[in-house]
Design a protein around this ligand. Structure first.
Ligand code: AMP
Length: 306
């Protein structure tokens, strides 16, 4: 049994009030698979890069036990490139450049040994490709989680809606929830989105945590207040990877495990933002992760004698 993660494997150039990076390795599948690998040992990626991607970068995935057989390398082509600049509040950003490059005609190939997929993370990428991966799996996975962004809502809303119909969990941020539903209130937005296909909706609110909606239930998870946030890039993907990695580990899908999974995802995301790019989530120890989970527990537990 395994967890397949699809999404971009990319080069990013990031500018925040604390500094600037040249092209560094990023991409939704990169962050999500690294995060998931802390909880589950059968993580497999499906993605595409150009020949500008280095062997050492692929070795980094393998060092985390991530199977890269489904990572295609296109000779003579360039990897997906994204560049963004954060505002002083570090919550909002402008996308400066999105170069699809190899992603433009990506045909996701599912290796035979990936057909044991039980958990599928459709990371941020063209909605048509996300759907193709579902169609190419011989058996429907036990859980399909989809993450997307405003970019795809702007240019491919109809395709996105078709894909969303097929998934169990949708993770998006608050602005994207408003764009997708046409509702300003997140409660009303969630009500509408839960009629579009997914049974669970997670709305990520950056430094304000995340909300989980399922039927008439709502769970609110905090974000850890951090003294220093260097670079929020990839926090959403790291969250999603930690979330599904934890669920794959526990193996039972229910509201309570989803709540815990959100805390695990949030914990990993809180590490991600402390350094540029993937730097911080490359070398975490189990103890660091466990301590961070305890910080979340302390942060939001209280007793009321009522
Ligand atoms: P996040 O900060 O969680 O939204 O994710 C940032 C990552 O998403 C970066 O590493 C980018 O390479 C990647 N990314 C940016 N735009 C897109 C897009 N339109 N489709 C897929 N991945 C993207």
């Amino acid at each position: 049994m395994s967890l397949i993660i699809i999404g971009t494997v990319a080069f990013d150039a990031i500018e925040t009030p604390f500094g600037k990076t040249d092209k560094i390795v990023g991409g939704a599948a990169t962050y999500a698979s690294l995060a998931a690998s802390y909880f589950y040992d059968k993580v497999k990626i499906v993605a595409v890069v150009g020949d500008d991607f280095h062997k050492e970068d692929i070795d980094t995935f393998n060092a985390h036990g991530i199977d890269t057989e489904g990572l295609q390398i296109k000779e003579g082509e360039k990897s997906f490139f994204w560049s963004g600049k954060y505002h002083n509040d570090m919550n909002s950003r402008d996308t400066l450049v999105t170069e699809l490059n190899v992603l433009a005609d990506f045909d996701p190939i599912i290796p035979e040994n990936y057909q044991d997929c039980e958990y599928l993370m459709l990371g941020n990428l063209t909605p048509i490709i996300q759907r193709t991966v579902i169609e190419r799996l011989k058996n429907r996975p036990k859980l399909i989680v989809l993450d997307t962004m405003n970019f795809w809502m702007d240019i491919m809303m109809d395709d996105l809606l078709e894909t969303i119909k097929l998934v169990d969990v949708l993770t998006i941020n608050d602005e994207e929830a408003r764009q997708l539903s046409g509702e300003y209130s997140l409660v009303k937005a969630a009500e509408k989105i839960l009629t579009m296909g997914p049974k669970y909706l997670i709305i990520k609110k950056g430094e304000h945590g995340a909300l989980l909606f399922h039927e008439d239930k709502i769970f609110s998870a905090p974000a850890l207040p951090l003294a220093e946030v260097f670079d929020p890039t990839g926090a959403g993907d790291t969250f999603a990877g930690g979330f599904i990695g934890y669920l794959a580990k526990v193996g039972t899908i229910n509201f309570n495990n989803m709540k815990n999974a959100i805390i695990y995802g949030s914990a990993l995301a809180s590490f991600c933002v402390e350094k540029f790019g993937t730097e911080k989530i490359l070398n975490l120890t189990d103890e660091e992760v466990a301590d961070r989970i305890q910080e979340f527990v302390k942060l939001s537990s209280f007793t009321i004698d009522a």
